[in-house]
Design a protein around this ligand. Structure first.
Ligand SMILES: Nc1ncnc2c1ncn2[C@@H]1O[C@H](COP(=O)(O)OP(=O)(O)OP(=O)(O)O)[C@@H](O)[C@H]1O
Ligand SMILES: [Mg+2]
Length: 442
C-alpha cells in the first residue's frame, strides 16, 4: 500500500528535528569562534565526530555486493554465502555433476527459480568447489560464466560466450558474421581437454532466436570441439521450456533443478551474516533484523530485496538515532516504496505522463474527486500546452485504467442510474512526490 500525503510528512520529518536541532547547536558552537574560516573548520570537525558517533557500518562492501566489480563480488560472496540454507539444491546439483569424477558425461541441467533465490551465487559456488575437487581426482574440469542478464540477440549471446571463453575484455563489433563468432568460440575451446561446463545465466533473455543459440550449443559445438561440454542454464521462468522447439528439448536430455524462494528463517540467516560482517553489532537490535526478514519473505522471498532493505534501514538509522530498531526498518520500507513509485512515474510514456499530470491537476490540493470527463478536459489542455495531440476520450479512459492498475491514482466506478456509469478519480500519492517525479520525467 502506498502511503498517503500526511504519512509522507511523517516519514520525511521523523528525523529532521533531531538533525536540524543538532546542526543548529553545532553551528552556534562553531560561530562562537573568532574567525569565520576557523568556525567553518570547527563545524566540519564537529559534524564529522557526530557522523562517526551515529555510524553503524564497519564494512559497507558486505551490504552492496551487487554493485561491486565481478571479481571483488565473487570474493565477497565467498565469505558471506550461506550454503546451509541451500543444502537441498546444492546436493541436487552436486549429484548431477558427480559422474564427472568417474569420467562420465552428465546431461545438461536447467535450473529454475524466482529472482533472488540464489541461483547465480549457488551455482558459482558449486562450480568453483567442484573444479577443485575434480582437480584432486585428476579430472580436468573447467567452467565459464556467461552473463545474459541484459536481453541479447543470437549474435549478442554468441558474443558474450566468445568473450567468456577467450578471456578478451572487449566485445566483438556488431556486423561481424555469425559464422565468424562461432569460429572464435570453437577456436577458444580447441585446446581445452576434459570437461567444460558453460553456466548460462538468464538464458531466457535471448530473443528472438533462442533456438538457434541452443542448437549451436547443444548440437553443433559438441561435434567441433574435443572437450566434453556440460550446459547449465539458469532461468526465472518456469514455463520457459514451453517456448522452445521440442527437438531442442529432445537432444538436450536435460535435468530440471528447482530453487524454491527463501522463507523468513532463511533470510534471517542470510542477514545475520551480513550484520556480523558489515555492521557494529552493538547498535543493531535483533528484532530489527527479524523484521527485515519478515518483510522480504512476505513479498517474494527475494534475498536481494532483503539485503537492500537492510542497507536502506541502516542509512535511516545513521541519519537519525544511530541505532537500528524496528522503527528504522518501517521507515526504510516506506522510503523504498516511494523510490519504486518515483521510478515508475519517471518511466511513463508521454501520454501516460500527461494523463497522470491531468489527474493530479484536476483533483487539486484538496484531493477532490473528479469525474473522468473533467479530468479529460484538463488533459486536453495540458497536451495542447506541451504540443502533443490529445487522445480520444475512450483511449484516455484506458490510460486511467492503466494508472489505476499501477496504483498511481484511484479510479472508482460510480453508477449514475439511467445515465450509466462514470469513474471518479482521486489521487493516492503525495503531491510532492508526483510533482518531483513528473518534473524529472519530462
Ligand atoms: N544463500 C545466500 N547466502 C548469502 N547471500 C545470498 C544467498 N542467496 C542469495 N543471496 C544474496 O542475494 C543476491 C541475489 O542472489 P542471486 O543473484 O544468486 O539470485 P538469482 O536467483 O540468480 O536471481 P536472478 O534470477 O534475479 O538473477 C546475491 O547477490 C546475494 O547478495
Ligand atoms: Mg541470477
Amino acid at each position: 500500500m502506498l502511503p498517503l500525503a500526511n504519512e509522507e510528512k511523517r516519514i520525511n520529518t521523523h528525523w529532521l528535528p533531531v538533525e536540524i536541532g543538532l546542526v543548529n547547536v553545532l553551528w552556534k558552537m562553531a560561530t562562537q569562534q573568532e574567525t569565520s574560516s576557523q568556525s567553518t573548520e570547527n563545524l566540519i570537525e564537529a559534524l564529522h565526530v557526530d557522523r562517526k558517533r551515529r555510524s553503524l557500518i564497519t564494512n559497507h562492501i558486505y551490504l552492496d555486493d551487487e554493485k561491486l566489480p565481478e571479481d571483488e563480488r565473487t570474493a565477497v560472496l565467498r565469505e558471506i554465502f550461506n550454503r546451509n540454507i541451500r543444502e537441498k539444491q546444492l546436493s541436487r546439483i552436486i549429484s548431477h555433476l558427480t559422474p564427472v569424477l568417474d569420467g562420465d558425461h552428465p546431461p545438461s541441467a536447467l535450473v529454475y527459480g524466482p529472482t533472488g533465490s540464489g541461483k547465480t551465487v549457488t551455482l558459482m559456488h558449486v562450480l568453483s568447489s567442484f573444479q577443485q575437487v575434480a582437480g584432486k581426482h585428476g579430472v580436468a574440469f573447467r567452467y565459464a560464466y556467461i552473463d545474459l542478464s541484459s536481453p541479447k540477440t543470437y549474435f549478442g549471446a554468441l558474443n558474450e560466450l566468445a568473450i567468456a571463453l577467450d578471456g578478451s575484455n572487449r566485445r566483438y563489433r556488431k556486423g561481424i558474421p555469425i559464422e565468424y563468432m562461432q569460429a572464435r568460440i570453437v577456436e577458444a575451446l580447441d585446446g581445452v581437454q576434459g570437461f567444460m561446463c558453460l553456466l548460462i545465466d538468464e538464458a531466457d533473455n535471448i530473443k528472438p532466436n533462442v533456438d538457434s543459440f541452443l542448437t549451436f550449443l547443444g548440437k553443433t559445438l559438441p561435434r567441433k570441439v574435443s572437450c566434453r561440454l556440460i550446459l547449465v542454464l539458469l532461468t526465472n521462468r518456469l514455463d520457459w521450456e514451453k517456448a522452445l522447439d521440442p527437438r531442442i528439448l529432445s537432444f538436450f536430455k536435460k535435468t530440471d533443478i528447482i530453487f524454491e524462494p527463501y522463507d523468513a528463517m532463511d533470510l534471517l540467516e542470510i542477514l545475520k551474516i551480513r550484520v556480523e560482517k558489515a555492521l557494529n553489532k552493538d547498535k543493531v537490535e535483533e528484532a530489527a533484523i527479524k523484521k527485515v526478514a519478515a518483510c522480504a519473505s512476505r513479498e517474494t522471498g527475494d534475498a536481494r530485496k532483503a539485503v537492500e532493505l537492510l542497507a536502506k534501514a541502516v542509512i535511516v538509522a545513521e541519519e537519525s538515532t544511530g541505532r537500528l530498531t524496528e522503527a528504522e526498518v518501517d521507515l526504510a520500507e516506506e522510503r523504498l516504496e516511494m523510490d519504486k513509485t518515483e521510478a515508475l512515474i519517471r518511466a511513463l510514456a508521454t501520454q501516460q505522463r500527461l494523463a497522470l499530470e491531468a489527474c493530479y491537476l484536476s483533483v487539486g490540493q484538496n484531493n477532490r474527486r473528479s469525474a473522468t470527463g473533467q479530468v479529460y478536459e484538463v488533459y486536453r489542455r495540458v497536451s495542447m500546452q506541451e504540443g502533443v495531440s490529445p487522445l480520444t476520450q475512450r483511449r484516455f479512459s484506458d490510460m486511467i485504467s492503466f494508472l489505476d492498475l499501477y496504483g498511481l491514482v484511484t479510479a472508482r466506478a460510480i453508477s449514475k442510474g439511467r445515465y450509466g456509469y462514470t469513474r471518479e478519480i482521486t489521487g493516492c500519492l503525495p503531491r510532492e512526490l508526483v510533482k518531483r517525479a513528473l518534473s524529472h520525467a519530462r
